[in-house]
Structure formats: structure tokens, C-alpha cells
Design a protein around this ligand. Structure first.
Ligand SMILES: Cc1cc2nc3c(=O)[nH]c(=O)nc-3n(C[C@H](O)[C@H](O)[C@H](O)COP(=O)(O)O)c2cc1C
Length: 400
């Protein structure tokens, strides 16, 4: 049975939800599932914008056929070739020998590499090209590295709909809802949206900024992404988040306290630091155990908050491996412009603190590391309390 939603008078959502997939890109947990969005425009010509992941192909095909209700499918616009959106191209073309695929040169190259057979039925477009489907005229805008090199977005100049590919997407199955105003986005969706952006596109801030600058020049009324909700009002809210995330500016003043602890002593010290911060009035404090928090959540929180405290045991003269992994991911995703503080622990040769400091100074950009490291010798005692109190003062002062 088909399951579609009307987006505008002649545009339909024909996507599908996947509740079974546990790891997006086989790496990021998605406990709330994910949606694969595609859209059909019924103009003088009919147009399908993108396809869907193989896992939901059957539902997707039923949806497309239901909306077409017997009409031919004239065009398939592919904004992004990543298989979670493009895997069903061949299925569409098999069912619709009349369909012409519209995309760009790099996209067609990737389609050939993945074996998405288009059999010479294609029309190549580039930045700024215009195409009319009858009442609707669209223009194609290159969006390289948002989030692959071939990515483009398609803007319908007739009604202001932006088909934004992976930009403005979010994790989470949409379950009947489609529009941002059908949910409490700021309460129930922003964390998934942030975790999606920061882990999937976070590395490419400058490319996102470039796209946002181009977007600022056009009158966007609605955003139709390839995952998550369609934005039809309050676009500024989400744009503002994208501006912050892509420029690596924190959303909030607050402290992210990530700790690595085997026997609980470093955790206990981290708790004391959190308590002292709260007592001094900094209540926006969040503690995470690096060993049992998926890295995608840590990265998301790192983008959200202004300050990070690294509290780590020493492990074989090195940084605790899971903490090291977190630092490596911060580097990979280009995280910048944060203030950091360090608590280290060791029982005979404590090196974690200086190694973390060197990593932050040498491998990342724009990280201010507060001067004093709190050093613990196995467990926190009152002897270290003054240095912890100094750290609390430094953190709070650095927020002014
Ligand atoms: C496998 C392993 C390697 C360790 N390597 C070091 C080390 O190189 N230098 C050091 O000072 N302590 C080392 N330690 C000791 C811990 O860092 C230390 O006991 C720390 O206080 C544990 O704090 P926790 O209670 O938060 O786990 C090691 C411990 C383990 C289990």
C-alpha cells in the first residue's frame, strides 16, 4: 500500500522510513530510525527528485506509482548519488523506459562507478542551468562536499521550494509527520538534527558556508531535504543553526565534561568539578563517560557547547584509547573555537594531560587550552582541591 504526503498543490513526498537500521553509514546509531525522502512533481512534465535506499525501495516504488497514477515519469533529478538516495535509480528506469535522468557530470561518473545503470538516458546540467517542466522552472546549484563532491541542490524558482539534498536533513523516522510545524523541533528533533549534521557534514563547514551564501541570494520558501522533516516556516531557526555549526561557533555557553575512568577515581573528580561549576552558577554542565557514550553523541555535544573538559587516566604512557579516539574524531571533523581544560590521572607516570594538551594545540585549530592541568595521583584528595578551584574560576572567567 502506498503512503505519500502532499507537500504543495502539485508536489508529493514519496519517501519511506526505516526503523530497522541500527547504524547509519554502518557507524552512527539511529535509535529513532531514519527517513529517506524523495519527491514527485506533477507538472506538464512529471519529475521525481532523487530516489531512496534499497531497504525501502518497495515502499518507495509504490509511492511513486501511486502519485503518478498512470502518467509517464519524464524526468528523474538526482541531487546526490550516495546509495541511501540513489540506489533505486535502476529500479525506476526499468519501470519507466521514458525517464531521462538529470544530474551533473561528477554525479554521472559516480552512478557508473556504483553500477546504477542509466543506459544513455541522461541530461547533464551544471551550476546555474535552468530547466522548465511546464509551470515550474528550476535552477541547479552545485553544493560540492555537502556532503559528497557531486552534490547539488535544485531550486524551484516558481514556488521557492529548495530540494536541498543532504543539507538540512536529520536522523529520525518521521512517522506520518512531514513538516517542521507538525513537531516540536526544538524539543524533540534538534539533538538528532545536530548529531546528523555534525557527524555527516561537520567536517565541511567552509563548503556549507559557501552554499549558505548562495542560498542567501534566493527567496527560499520551503526546504525539502533527503532525510527528516520538510521546512515550510521558521526557516531562519534552522538556517541560524547551520550558520553556527558550519562556522564552528558554539550554540551555548556551557561545559561538556568528557571523562575516561577505569576504577571510578577520575569520574569522581569530574563529578566534583561539575558540582563546583554548578555551585558557582554555571549550571549548563553535561558529563559523559567516553567509554560508553557513542562518539556521534560526543561530537554533537562538542559542536553545541563552548567549553570542553577532558578528564583522562593515563594508559600505557598514553591517553586512554577511547579518549584518544574522541580527540581524533574532533580533528577529523575540524572542530575549532572551543575552550578546553584538562584533568589527568596516573598511578606512576602520569602523561595523559600533556599529551592531550599537545594534541589540542598541535592538531586542532582555535582551541584555547586553559593553563593549569589538575593532576591526580590515582585518586583525588584535598591536596588537589585548590587547583580544581582555580580551574573552575578560569572556566567561568573565560565565559565572560
Ligand atoms: C592497562 C593500564 C595501563 C596503565 N598505564 C599507566 C601509565 O602508563 N601511567 C600511569 O601513571 N598509570 C597507568 N595506569 C594506572 C591508571 O592510570 C591509574 O590507576 C588511574 O588512577 C586510574 O584512575 P581511575 O580510577 O579513574 O580508573 C594504567 C592502568 C592500566 C589498567
Amino acid at each position: 500500500m502506498h503512503c505519500v504526503r502532499k507537500v504543495t498543490e502539485d508536489l508529493y513526498w514519496v519517501g519511506a522510513n526505516d526503523h530497522r537500521l541500527t547504524l547509519f553509514e554502518n557507524i552512527h546509531p539511529i535509535p529513532r530510525g531514519v527517513s529517506y525522502n524523495a519527491y514527485v512533481l506533477l507538472d506538464e512534465k512529471t519529475v521525481l527528485f532523487d530516489t531512496a535506499d534499497w531497504s525501502v525501495c518497495r515502499q518507495f516504488l509504490e509511492n511513486v506509482e501511486a502519485v503518478l497514477s498512470g502518467r509517464p515519469l519524464n524526468y528523474l533529478v538526482i541531487n546526490h548519488v550516495e546509495p541511501d538516495h540513489a540506489a533505486s535509480i535502476t529500479e525506476i528506469l526499468l519501470r519507466h523506459p521514458e525517464t531521462i535522468v538529470i544530474s551533473n557530470e561528477k554525479a554521472f561518473m559516480l552512478m557508473r562507478q556504483f553500477g546504477f545503470s542509466i543506459d544513455g538516458r541522461y541530461e547533464e546540467v551544471k551550476e546555474g542551468d535552468i530547466k522548465s517542466f511546464g509551470k515550474h522552472t528550476v535552477t541547479f546549484v552545485a553544493a560540492p562536499m555537502v556532503h559528497w563532491p557531486e552534490a547539488m541542490v535544485t531550486f524551484d524558482t516558481t514556488n521557492g521550494v529548495l530540494f536541498s539534498a543532504d543539507a538540512f536533513g536529520t536522523f529520525g523516522a518521521i512517522d506520518g509527520k512531514l513538516f517542521n510545524d507538525e513537531v516540536n523541533f526544538d524539543r524533540n528533533w534538534i539533538d538528532d538534527a545536530r548529531r546528523y549534521y555534525t557527524n555527516i557534514v561537520g567536517k565541511y563547514g567552509p563548503h556549507v558556508q559557501y552554499l549558505l551564501k548562495k542560498a542567501a541570494g534566493i527567496d527560499i520558501k520551503m526546504i525539502c531535504p533527503l532525510h527528516g522533516l520538510v521546512w515550510r516556516n521558521n526557516l531562519g531557526y534552522f538556517m541560524d543553526k547551520y550558520i553556527k555549526w558550519s562556522s564552528y561557533e558554539p550554540e551555548e555557553k556551557g561545559v561538556l565534561l568528557v571523562y575516561a575512568s577505569m576504577y571510578g577515581n577520575t569520574e569522581s573528580a569530574a563529578s566534583l568539578l561539575a558540582t563546583k561549576l554548578v555551585e558557582k552558577g554555571m549550571t549548563n554542565v553535561y558529563m559523559y563517560d567516553v567509554s560508553n557514550t557513542d562518539i556521534s553523541y560526543l561530537i554533537s555535544e562538542t559542536f553545541r557547547l563552548s567549553h570542553i573538559v577532558f578528564a583522562s587516566v593515563t594508559y600505557n604512557l598514553g591517553i586512554y584509547p577511547k579518549m584518544h579516539n574522541y580527540l581524533m574524531d574532533m580533528k577529523a571533523l575540524n572542530i575549532q573555537n572551543r575552550t578546553a581544560a584538562i584533568i589527568e590521572n596516573g598511578s606512576w607516570a602520569c602523561t595523559a594531560g600533556s599529551l592531550i594538551r599537545n594534541f589540542l594545540n598541535d592538531e586542532l585549530k582555535g582551541i584555547t587550552v586553559l593553563d593549569d592541568t589538575v593532576t591526580l595521583n590515582s585518586s583525588m584528595t584535598s591536596a588537589q582541591e585548590p587547583s580544581m578551584d582555580d580551574m573552575v574560576t578560569s572556566i567561568i572567567d573565560s565565559m565572560k
